[in-house]
Design a protein around this ligand. Structure first.
Ligand code: GLC
Length: 720
């Protein structure tokens, strides 16, 4: 690997010898595998492709090498291509969706999963993945919450940085690593109404305290690229936003990689109403600091005339080209441009990769209710398995799966059928999770009645979340609610397992379920993981990375909210009794017809045991040290995700009633206890005051150590 100094020397040398057309070529990315691209590549006028190869190409490495050879051996300067692809949560071995990985509160799960994805992708000729996606979202109607890590900046920062480390491994030039691309910069998850691509309005303080930190964490973890987003941010679209891209990302943070636009997001500056035509769009993108244009050709078509007009500075072009060349060198593409065509088979879908996917699925499932029914071990013999999602190999993988193949998936039905001592009877009850016909109900009811217990799989098909798949309602699709009632009427102990790409509105589901396990879309090995959890071979440890609304009407509902001047201190029954006087007594922030609290709060999740917190101690010196004792008071071993929250009680810009500052997974045997220690440095108490300055203010801080955002041992300290 060339030294940085040597790399920079070579970049300068190349820059001096490149024609303008060759420079613009490095700033252009096209998609797919078209022989026609070779002409552009040979002329040095196309520097990157996405989706050239995938797992379905028997000779992916060979195809990649064929196009790379044109660039390296037939073009004038031999600058290699950089080949990208959306390897979001696994390449061929599909991991749980990122929202499920976040539920593990275990960054090592995300890091190992990304390393598996990198190994498989690089062996198929891919150098660069468009991941991790670290868009904070407080709105489960948005289809892309599935791809992110939820509503909290600390959790998302930790998981995102872990994915960057997993993809790049510190040496992204190695043959089992790929370059990461942190997306979508910035604020895309705040789309109004949860509707994808919609407008976002985010004041600077909120942007800097909530939406930017995960990107900063990923840049500090060494991410080699960043992707600009689709959304309009406060009237300036993010793919033309000089403040966020050039000033914050490149100047304040010192990011030295390159920025790639999202799919056609440069040309979309026109429909945004920010640019009149492609010429203005090209100028806006390059001026803002979007270095490479994905898919559209505004730069290619207009750069030369813009330079002649004096509007476009050559320095912007040279800076963009330097950044692209720098990352191509950092990925080792100049020294080793070709893929070893023999490696794909040995590193793809290996037992080791499957084991990583299985652990991720295990740790990502969240137990939301259990009246003692789980684990099933030993209690029952005849188990009815109901619901189409019990045996849905494609849906189980979730959204953004370009290379996973359904024959690789192990479904819950297949896994449960292998559990010794269980006599499994299956009835789908519905043809699909969106089916409205009830013609299969009768058979399902019969199978349920004949069993000792029932596990019903409900939720969303993979296609109901992901890009451009936002929902206005969050109920169970199709006739699933009716199927649940039908099966509950059979009167057998009932476990509900939900597969979904987002939090859903559970409605009456909760009352019917003896136990409720939230499995998200758990990926290739979701079946064995769910079977292990249901039978007790493993214990659930997942926690919610997003609040669950009790009704879609509550949205946005999130834990790190402001207190308001009229907080509802005491919860009162929902509803306005007949005869209520016109001026009801309770003038607090609430609804007259619904709860104002979420159904399940951020950080919530049950285990098969119980934990007790005691003896909170807070000492405030140079750092703030918080200690608390945790004891396993149940009869089974278990893992507790101990969470540390703080609240800055009074500040120059109001602070949230809770902010997660740290978390630790603690595994204890029955009766065992441990002292958990958190150390807070002052900078972790900082926020962006009015005017965007980052400050730490003296005064009273409250502290909680607990199992989720609404419960915990309370303490306090005063910062001098
Ligand atoms: C899509 C997505 C982005 C993805 C890119 C390339 O529109 O917004 O996440 O990486 O285009 O497929």
């Amino acid at each position: 690997m060339l030294s940085t100094k040597e790399q920079e020397r070579r970049i300068g040398q190349l820059l001096r010898s490149m024609t303008l057309a060759e420079k613009i070529g490095q700033l252009w990315q096209l998609t797919g595998c078209k022989a026609s691209y070779k002409k552009l590549i040979r002329k040095g006028q196309l520097g990157s492709l996405l989706n050239l190869t995938g797992s379905r190409d028997a000779h992916a490495g060979r195809i990649a090498n064929e196009f790379q050879r044109v660039a390296v051996e037939e073009s004038r300067l031999g600058i290699p291509l950089i080949l990208g692809r959306d390897v979001i949560h696994g390449f061929r071995t599909i991991l749980p969706i990122p929202l499920a990985q976040a539920s593990s509160f275990d960054p090592s799960v995300a890091e190992e999963g990304a390393a598996v994805a990198a190994r498989e992708a690089r062996a198929h000729g891919i150098h660069w993945t468009f991941a991790p996606m670290v868009d904070i979202s407080r709105d489960p109607r948005w289809g892309r919450v599935a791809e992110g890590c939820g509503e909290d900046p600390v959790l998302t920062s930790r998981m995102g940085a872990a994915m960057v480390r997993g993809f790049q491994g510190g040496r992204p030039d190695k043959p089992d690593r790929v370059g990461a691309c942190v997306k979508h910069y910035v604020g895309y998850g705040a789309a109004e109404g949860g509707r994808d691509y919609n407008t976002t309005w985010i004041p600077e303080g909120l942007l800097r305290d909530v939406y930017l930190p995960p990107f900063h964490a990923c840049v500090k973890a060494g991410a080699v690229t960043v992707m600009s987003a689709f959304n309009n941010l406060n009237g300036v679209p993010t793919s033309g936003n000089e403040w966020t891209l050039r000033q914050i990302l490149k100047e304040e943070w010192g990011f030295d990689g390159f920025v790639v636009s999202d799919w056609a997001s440069i040309q979309e500056l026109i429909p945004h109403g920010y640019c009149a035509d492609k010429r203005e769009a090209a100028l806006a993108g390059l001026r803002a600091g979007v270095d490479m244009e994905m898919l559209t050709d505004c730069y290619r078509e207009n750069a030369e005339s813009l330079l002649r007009s004096g509007k476009l500075k050559m320095a912007w072009i040279d800076e963009a080209v330097s950044r692209v060349l720098r990352i191509k060198m950092r990925l080792g593409l100049f020294e080793n441009p070709y893929t070893d065509e023999g490696r794909a088979a040995e590193v793809t879908l290996s037992d080791e990769n499957r084991a990583v996917a299985r652990r991720a699925a295990l740790e990502g499932c969240v137990l939301l209710k259990n009246d003692g029914l789980l684990p099933l071990a030993g209690k029952i013999r005849k188990l009815a398995v109901i619901g189409p999602l019990a045996d849905a190999p494609v849906d189980q993988m979730g959204c953004w799966v370009m290379d996973g193949q359904e024959q690789d998936t192990v479904t819950p039905l297949a896994a449960l059928r292998k559990v010794p001592g269980l006599d499994i009877r299956y009835a789908p009850g519905l043809a699909s999770a969106r089916e409205n016909g009830t013609r299969l109900f009768g058979r399902a009811r019969k199978v349920a009645r004949a069993a000792d217990a029932v596990v019903i799989f409900l939720g969303e098909e993979a296609v109901m979340s992901g890009e451009a798949h936002s929902r206005a309602f969050l109920g169970l699709p199709g006739a699933q609610q009716q199927l649940l009632r039908e099966i509950a009427a059979a009167g057998r102990p009932l476990v509900v397992v939900v597969m979904a790409g987002r939090p859903l509105e559970l409605g009456p589901l909760l009352e019917h379920a003896g136990a409720l396990l939230w499995a998200w879309h758990p990926g290739t090995m979701g079946g064995p993981a769910i079977a292990d959890l249901l039978t007790g071979k493993a214990s659930p440890s997942g926690r919610l990375p997003m609040s669950f609304p009790s009704t879609v009407g509550q949205i946005p509902v999130y834990y790190n909210k402001m207190n308001t001047g009229r907080p509802q201190e005491t919860l009162r029954p929902v509803g306005l009794p007949i005869g209520t006087p016109l001026d009801p007594s309770d003038f607090t922030t609430s609804y007259i017809d619904a709860e104002q609290r979420p159904l399940f709060p951020f950080g919530f999740g049950l285990t098969y045991t119980t934990f007790q917190y005691s003896g909170l101690k807070v000492t405030c010196g140079r750092d703030v040290v918080v200690r608390c004792c945790i004891r396993n008071t149940g009869r089974r071993a278990g893992t507790e995700v101990v969470q540390l929250y703080v609240r800055d009680v009074a500040a120059s810009r109001t602070r949230p009633i809770r902010e997660l500052k740290d978390f630790q997974r603690v595994t204890l045997k029955p009766g065992a206890s441990a002292e958990v220690e958190f150390r807070l440095v002052r900078d972790q108490l900082a926020f962006h005051g009015v005017g965007g300055r980052r400050v730490v203010e003296p005064g009273l801080f409250k502290v909680w150590v607990g199992p989720h955002a609404e419960q915990g041992q309370e303490g306090q300290f005063t910062l001098r």
